[in-house]
Write a protein that binds this ligand. Structure first.
Ligand code: HEC
Length: 102
């Protein structure tokens, strides 16, 4: 019984820690599933109209996404994609793409 409680507390600690910790590339990868159609599975696009994101600086990626979301950078495709993202989503997605090899 005591063991079960310890386990539960441990699991909760992990959940809370990941909520407040620095960006999570694995979560970002999951969130980026809908981006791969244009930007490629790992951020390398095979369409000349869509930029590569792999290996880009994470702060730059995060800024670009916030700019699209908040209307400071205009692109009809990206505005629609960025609207649904929270700050946490953006941090995670930026961590994912910046960690990919171009
Ligand atoms: C329908 C195609 C499409 C989809 C889907 C899409 N993008 Fe884009 N993305 C673009 C295009 C086109 C641009 C370049 C727009 C411009 O000129 O500003 C762009 C630009 C970007 C940039 C800026 C790159 C730079 O070098 O400045 C980022 C970051 C980005 N997209 C991230 C994402 C993320 C994250 C998703 C998924 C949530 C996503 N995109 C989904 C088409 C798409």
């Amino acid at each position: 019984m005591k063991k079960a409680i310890v386990c539960t507390v441990g699991a909760l600690a992990v959940v809370f820690a990941s909520g407040t910790m620095a960006a999570d590339a694995a979560l970002g990868k999951a969130k980026a599933a809908g981006c791969s159609g244009c930007h490629g599975l790992n951020g390398m696009s095979n369409n000349p109209m869509y930029p590569n994101l792999a290996g880009q600086k994470d702060a730059y990626l995060a800024k670009a996404l916030k700019d699209y979301r908040d209307g400071n950078r205009k692109d009809p495709m990206m505005e629609g994609m960025a609207k649904a993202l929270t700050d946490d989503d953006i941090a995670n997605i930026a961590a994912f793409y910046s960690s990919q090899k171009p």
